[in-house]
Every structure is written in structure tokens, then in C-alpha cells.
Ligand binder design. Structure first.
Ligand code: GLA
Length: 419
């Protein structure tokens, strides 16, 4: 489907066709080749049997809404909600406890959960009984970011404990290990790169040694171009950025900065621009649809970060939109990338396994704007079928152009098929 590559032009702007074509023509071939070479490299570099995280992990994480207040009750409520509201059936499987579950170590060094989590094994059993999986959090440092007990010096023991509890996912957050790196690098954390890599690999080896398939999520905010070495230390996903916030400014800054990283993602190993904020209240519907659309175009992990037991219909409709999810979870596993950016308008595309393309028209500006797709610029015939994901509308195009009005901070997300 190489001839299915496309380019896009705004009717209102005079973007030179040649310039755009040059930039975008080889996109599909490039993505296909890099995807498969990345996939092969990941298999060769890790002893991990696939298909762990064959598609970007989906689920929920406690941090964005509950932060340090999260309890066993909240986690059970999240699991219950995921079953009751259809999220589990839409693909959200991981229920991830973030920082603040950690208690103290016993005389043998075995880490116990704190009072908020009286019985981690019972919690795992509960979550598993719902057809879901349980995730947990730690740090290669002595302390986590919220100053709880980290895994430094106890990696093998902690991995064993997680496996005994029935944990399925570990987020491993650099936090105070930064101090160790700073010392090693004489003030420069990035200079201590080999030690950092070693620390992440150490926990991976400990996880593998347990024999339990545990998805491994690296969190070190994208330092040292983690996407280049994440697979080599066993990462199934790696944070590419600092923390997200529930504001359009921060979400869009992080999300749109992912341009250029597509070649590093593929089945089993994903770029992670951080967890979702959809439904936490700091953005409007258009902005949350932009957030979700951008994340699915990026083949990003979809870890909801809101209170699932108190969710309005619009939030649920965004999180559960099957067409949006199918773009994220497409079996080809190709991350989308930016085709063009003109002023505040950006066009992103993502090739899909059935030969169709997902295309997102993003308006980062402060005024609603008409944007026009010219099918000839997409290397397509005049006649195509579009599906507008958020409007849930099929549109047949016969004359080679499609114009949509994109709201301020909003998006039009399309799936485009040849007739
Ligand atoms: C860091 C991570 C966040 C969260 C907190 C917990 O800031 O980036 O995602 O895990 O630590 O303390």
C-alpha cells in the first residue's frame, strides 16, 4: 500500500505542494521498514517472549487523580468501574497503583505495603477476578519521588515480592536514583548514562528471573534519548517527557513534541508521553478530544488518570470511543507522526494495518479554522471514504476535497479508505 501515502494542504494556506510531497511521500515505507527493523531489534535485544505489550498497554493509573491519597478501596472501585462502564471490554486492562503504596521492610528486607493497602495479594486476586491486571510502582533509587521506599539494593527481592503478589505491570521511576547518577557524573546526571542503563536493566533481569510476565514501564522523563535504548534494557514502554498536567498548555506541549519519535515504537516497545488527564476537569471537551486523538495517533499507552467511579458521559465517550481506540491499538503498531505544521495547524497521520490511514487535523490556535484536505495531495484518487471518528459520521468524497471546521484547541480525527 505504498501508493497510499498522502499529503495534505489547507485550502486557506498556500503550502507548496512539492515541499509537502517531498516531506511525506516515503512515510508509509519508512514507517513499515523502521517498524519491522525496530521490532526485530527489540526481539534480539531482549530475552522476553512476545507478545508482552504487543499493542500499547491500556488501563488506568492512580496518580493523576488520587496522587498520594490512593487506597485499596480506590483501586477496587476503579476495577469495578472498568467492568461496569464497559472500559474493560473496550480494552482497558491494567489497573496500576502508582507511588505511595510502599510501607517498610521487614527484618529480611522484604517490602510490605503500607496501611492504605492491607493485603496486596488479596487486591491482586480481586483485580484478576474481574478479568483485569494489577500494576505497581517503584524506583531504582532508595526513595521514590514521593519519598517512599525504593528498590535500590533490593531489586531481586522486590521483583520476587511483586510476582508473589500477582503483579502484572511495573512502572520504574528514576526519582532519587538521580542523586546517585549526579554523584557518579560529578554533577551531571546525563553523564552517568551507563549506570542509569545498568539500573534499568537490573530490574528487568530481576523481573524475568521471577518467571512472571510483568510489563516493564521505564520512567526517567526521556533522558539520554531513552527511546534509543529502552528495548535493550527490556522496556515495554518508556516515558518520553516530564510529567503531564491537566491543562491544555502542558498536554499539548508534551503531545506535539513527540514529532519525530515514530520510528522508535512498535509491538512490544512504545513511546509513552505520560498518562491521560481526560476527565480530570482542567480541559474542555474539544481539548480532551485533542488529548485522546493525539495519544491514539502516537500509538501511546492509554492509561486513564481520572476517577473512574465518578465520570460524566462525555468523558466516558472520549475514553471508550471504539474507532479512536482501534487507531491506537492497530496491529501494525506504527506510531503516527507529523506531516505538516503551518502556524497553529498541524496534520498528523498514522498508517493502519488494513491499508487505510488515520489522519488528525489539529487546530492549536485560539480561533476555529476551516481546514481542507485535498485527496490529490494524499496521493489518493478523488473518490475516498472518510470516517469522522468524533462525529461518528461516514462521508463519501467524490470531488477530491474535504473541508472541516476545526474548533479552537480541537481536532477532526479521520480514518480514510480508498473507495
Ligand atoms: C514522578 C512520575 C509521575 C508519578 C510520580 C509519583 O513524578 O513522573 O508519573 O509517578 O513521580 O511520585
Amino acid at each position: 500500500m505504498l501508493n497510499n501515502s498522502f499529503t495534505i494542504r489547507f485550502a486557506s494556506l498556500n503550502l507548496e505542494k512539492n515541499q509537502v510531497m517531498q516531506r511525506t511521500q516515503p512515510l508509509r515505507m519508512f514507517l513499515t521498514l523502521t517498524l519491522f527493523s525496530g521490532f526485530a531489534a527489540a526481539c534480539a535485544q531482549t530475552a522476553r517472549p512476545l507478545p508482552l505489550a504487543r499493542t500499547p498497554p491500556m488501563g488506568w493509573n492512580s496518580w493523576n487523580h488520587f496522587a498520594q491519597t490512593v487506597t485499596d478501596t480506590d483501586v477496587r472501585a476503579a476495577a469495578d468501574a472498568m467492568v461496569a462502564n464497559g472500559m474493560r471490554d473496550a480494552g482497558y486492562i491494567y489497573v496500576n497503583i502508582d507511588d505511595s503504596w510502599e510501607g517498610t521492610r521487614d527484618a529480611d528486607g522484604i517490602l510490605r505495603s503500607n496501611d492504605k493497602f492491607p493485603d496486596m495479594k488479596a487486591l491482586a486476586n480481586y483485580v484478576h477476578s474481574k478479568g483485569l491486571k494489577l500494576g505497581i510502582y517503584s524506583s531504582p533509587g532508595a526513595k521514590t519521588c514521593a519519598k517512599y521506599e525504593g528498590s535500590l539494593g533490593y531489586e531481586a527481592q522486590d521483583a520476587k515480592t511483586y510476582a508473589e503478589w500477582g503483579i502484572d505491570f511495573l512502572k520504574y521511576d528514576l526519582c532519587s536514583y538521580g542523586d546517585v547518577l549526579r554523584k557518579e557524573g560529578q554533577g551531571n546526571v546525563a553523564a552517568a548514562f551507563p549506570l542509569q542503563k545498568q539500573a534499568y536493566r537490573k530490574m528487568y533481569d530481576a523481573l524475568v528471573a521471577t518467571g512472571r510476565p510483568i510489563v516493564y514501564s521505564l520512567c526517567q522523563y526521556g533522558m539520554n534519548s531513552v527511546w534509543e535504548w529502552g528495548p535493550a534494557v527490556g522496556g515495554n514502554l518508556w516515558r518520553t517527557t516530564g510529567d503531564i498536567k491537566d491543562t491544555y498548555e502542558r498536554m499539548s506541549l508534551i503531545g506535539f513534541a513527540q514529532a519525530g519519535l515514530s520510528k522508535y515504537a512498535g509491538p512490544g516497545h512504545w513511546n509513552d508521553p505520560d498518562m491521560l488527564e481526560v476527565g480530570n476537569g482542567g480541559m474542555n471537551g474539544d481539548e480532551y478530544r485533542t488529548h485522546m486523538s493525539l495519544w491514539v495517533m502516537l500509538a501511546a499507552p492509554l492509561l486513564a488518570g481520572n476517577d473512574l467511579s465518578r465520570m460524566n458521559a462525555e468523558t466516558l465517550a472520549i475514553l471508550e470511543n471504539r474507532d479512536a481506540i482501534s487507531i491506537d491499538q492497530d496491529p501494525l503498531g506504527a506510531q503516527g507522526d507529523r506531516l505538516s505544521a503551518v502556524g497553529s495547524m498541524e496534520i498528523w497521520s498514522k498508517p493502519l494495518s488494513d491499508g487505510s490511514d488515520a489522519v488528525a487535523l489539529f487546530n492549536r490556535g485560539e480561533l476555529e479554522t476551516p481546514m481542507t484536505l485535498k485527496m490529490s495531495d494524499l496521493n489518493l484518487e478523488n473518490a475516498v471514504k472518510l470516517h469522522d471518528v468524533w462525529a461518528n459520521k461516514d462521508i463519501t468524497i467524490l470531488n477530491g476535497t474535504y473541508t472541516a471546521v476545526v474548533p479552537k484547541h480541537g481536532v477532526v480525527l479521520l480514518r480514510i479508505r480508498k473507495q
